[in-house]
Design a protein around this ligand. Structure first.
Ligand code: DX5
Length: 223
């Protein structure tokens, strides 16, 4: 596992939702060759999130072709039932939605017990208080900053404020979790998101629609 807890280094996670699903291995190489270290795999089940996208068998195949950090973002109901299969498929980080389970602590322990890093995700309308009691235990908090389900949407207006508020809680309590942002991230808003406290920026459109991924990745990281 290539996981790094290093909060000092900005990281871009390329969202496969914006990639060409007919050539996923090439699409991953395209971005890792540009220095992107994390692949954000949107796992949609057509119930919790509108689109059915990628399952554990695909993650298992992608594991064989890349050393990048593979994040399985479970936009699914009953995440507690899916941990083992994604961990065994090779997901380095498994992120579940707090709205999708009443067993958050169990899910976190299951993820860690399976050898992966544990992330908890919040949809834009979900208040931070829903995950405050988990911050000591998770490795990543993922804030959805666009309406979940599709790429290419704008950053929602309250996003910066929500990132700042979460970062303040993490900093004041000296929690070790990383703050990841997903949805509407682009070159224009990346600096404000970094300054607000984001450690990992998930980018779909800003990376896969870019004519110069190396430059786009560097601009998103603030390099
Ligand atoms: C929504 C997805 C998107 C995607 C990022 O469910 O999670 O947020 O990963 O897409 P862009 O970067 O194009 O907003």
């Amino acid at each position: 596992m290539l996981w790094k807890d290093d909060v000092s280094k900005m990281r871009v996670a390329a969202s496969l939702l914006s990639a060409d699903f007919a050539h996923l291995a090439d699409e991953i190489k395209h971005v890792t060759d540009a220095g992107i270290e994390q692949i954000h795999i949107e796992v949609g089940d057509g119930i919790f999130s509108p689109n059915i996208t990628i399952g554990a068998p695909v993650v298992k195949s992608l594991r064989k072709v890349t050393n990048a950090i593979l994040e399985a973002h479970l936009m699914t109901v009953y995440p507690e039932r899916k941990i083992e299969e994604f961990a065994q498929a090779g997901a380095d980080l498994i992120t579940f939605h707090i709205e999708a389970t009443e067993q958050a602590q169990t899910v976190i322990h299951k993820i860690k017990g399976a050898g992966s890093k544990a992330g908890v995700a919040l949809n834009p309308a979900t208040p931070l208080c829903m995950i405050e009691e988990l911050l000591y235990d998770v490795d990543v908090v993922l804030l959805m900053t666009a309406i979940p389900g599709a790429s290419g949407q704008p950053l929602l207006k309250n996003s910066l404020d929500k990132v700042k508020r979460l970062h303040k809680i993490i900093r004041e309590n000296n929690f070790k979790c990383l703050l990841e942002v997903d949805g509407g991230v682009n070159i224009e808003n990346a600096q404000a998101l970094r300054e607000a406290g984001a450690n990992i920026l998930v980018a779909g459109t800003a990376i896969y629609d870019s004519t110069d991924v190396l430059a786009s990745a560097a601009l998103l990281k603030g390099e």
